[in-house]
Design a protein around this ligand. Structure first.
Ligand SMILES: [Zn+2]
Length: 502
């Protein structure tokens, strides 16, 4: 962790000390990272954001974004200074109404020094005025803002916010959002949640979106472009808003034939995971050249490439499964990524079973049989893969295999009770792989440490005895690496579901 140390030179400067009120003597800067060992500079210390109000204007022709972000936060320590994560150009910052001084540091830190120090446990309002061309900004050599012929899109994991709003960028600090974006008439702005209003004036149209349940920063999204918008309502009564770039060419039909299944698939998933946890639903397909999809809250992002070989409901199942496993319950730290991806992949296996294209057991057997023991696949530990392997295929396939092993160990009744109970237990919060093991032990009444260690934490292929114990690849037929289930190719076509933009 990159914790800030107080430089001895600063302490020796008596005049600086005198400038700080006596009551502020113990005040110190908030840490520039929230404390995630995978990404030490991500998020920040010293405060917790409860709400983001983003009032923006975007010009698709030039990719110019400008606006004002108002953050409502609460301090968690006595603060002399604090950071936000952001890349665009800031013109003014106010804290509790008073102008604050600010500077930038590191790859994406905006350091803010309020006029008066902030006492622990108090409410703080931070206003940041800014502008810039998001696609011109890079951190660590990449950008998560994707230009399209008709506008731009901010969607990536673990980082997307830096390019369009200042934030405490880590899933541990969830907040609600109002996102209001002014775009030229004829363009639309797509974001999370419900569309509260649209209004047009003097050639510009304002789209106002509201996401009223806690949402992680990487799950906030903005897309501006020329979209066809469809609406509907699920059997469960959730309003659906989907958006498709008018410019998807030959992928248009397949994209629409897939994403229009959103309501049906969400209702189907709720049988396994419990009631759909948000008041809005949908998906959007901008004309990006990226390949991945992302579970942006209530309204996943899909790349056109996901539909290049025809419709693919499996990717919709994956991203919607994340609404429970990833969005409702988010990772505590990025090492816990299996709690997202193992389950979203397993949902694809359940969908395959539902569609009669191969059972979860057959898919698990195939994963086990098709990777020989010397395959690097087995060196990745889904339970703690390391930042370099956070989105490795093993986190998905070995991760889902581990769930089949768990299912076989504790039986269907306990397994499906765990799948449904977990999202409720940690609803709108965060949880770790260890929390999941504890919960599965509690529900099943069985000790599971050895099983989790074998399938999630050993950097090697579980041996034949362990596989037999977990009823994986038990028969000669099941151990046949050529027995590829029918759904395999469709599922594999969604493998590029996350990742950094090119
Ligand atoms: Zn995923």
């Amino acid at each position: 962790m990159h914790r800030r140390l107080i430089a001895p030179g600063a302490l020796a400067t008596a005049s600086l000390m005198l400038a700080i009120p006596a009551s502020a003597a113990g005040f110190s800067p908030g840490a520039p990272g929230i404390g995630d060992p995978y990404y030490p500079a991500y998020g920040n210390g010293g405060y917790d954001v409860s709400h983001y109000d983003l009032r923006l204007k975007y010009q698709p022709a030039t990719d110019e974004l400008e606006g004002t972000a108002t953050l409502l936060a609460r301090t968690t320590q006595d603060l002399s200074r604090f950071d936000l994560d952001f890349l665009l150009d800031v013109s003014e910052v106010r804290v509790n109404g008073a102008k604050a001084s600010f500077t930038t540091s590191g790859e994406h830190e905006l350091e803010i020094t309020p006029k008066s120090p902030l006492a622990k446990g108090t409410s703080v309002t931070v206003v940041v005025r800014y502008s810039g061309v998001p696609s011109s900004k890079q951190a660590y050599g990449f950008t998560s803002w994707h230009r399209t012929p008709d506008g731009g899109v901010g969607a990536n994991e673990p980082e997307a916010a830096w390019w369009w709003f200042p934030s405490n960028d880590h899933p541990l600090d969830k907040a609600t959002y109002d996102v209001s974006v002014l775009v030229p008439d004829g363009s639309q702005a797509i974001s999370n949640g419900t569309l509260q209003s649209t209004s047009s004036r003097l050639g510009w149209t304002r789209y106002t979106w509201r996401s009223d349940k806690p949402q992680a920063t990487y799950l906030a999204t903005l897309a501006v472009g020329k979209f066809d918008i469809t609406t509907g309502t699920t059997d469960g009564g959730i309003p659906v808003v989907n958006a498709y770039s008018k410019d998807l060419g030959a992928n248009y039909g397949a994209a629409r034939a897939s994403v229009e299944r959103t309501g049906e698939i969400a209702d189907w998933l709720s049988r396994y995971f419990g009631p759909y946890p948000f008041n809005a639903l949908g998906g959007y397909v901008p004309n990006t050249t990226t390949g991945y999809a992302l579970e942006t809250q209530t309204r996943p992002f899909y790349s056109p490439r996901q539909f290049a070989n025809g419709s693919n409901t499996s990717v919709v199942v994956h991203e919607l499964a994340h609404q429970w496993y990833g969005d409702l319950v988010s990772v505590r730290g990025w090492k816990d990524i299996w709690v997202n991806e193992g389950f979203a992949r397993y949902a694809q296996w359940l969908w395959s079973e539902h569609e009669g294209e191969g059972t979860a057991q057959e898919l698990a057997d195939y994963v086990y049989a098709s990777h020989p023991a010397d395959d690097a696949f087995w060196t990745v530990k889904p339970g703690d893969p390391g930042p370099e392997n956070q989105f490795d295929i093993a986190v998905y396939d070995r991760g889902a295999l581990a769930l089949q092993a768990l299912r076989n160990e504790i039986g269907d009744e306990a397994f499906f009770a765990v799948l449904k109970g977990w999202p409720q237990k940690y609803a709108y919060g965060n949880a770790s792989v260890a929390d999941f093991q504890r919960y599965a032990e509690e529900v099943s009444g069985q000790p599971l440490a050895a099983l989790f260690d074998t399938w999630l934490f050993q950097p090697s292929k579980p041996g034949t005895p362990a596989a037999r114990d977990a009823s994986i690849a038990k028969s000669a037929q099941a151990a046949d690496a050529s027995a590829q289930p029918k759904s395999w190719k469709k599922i594999a076509a969604t493998n590029d579901v996350h990742g950094h933009g090119e």
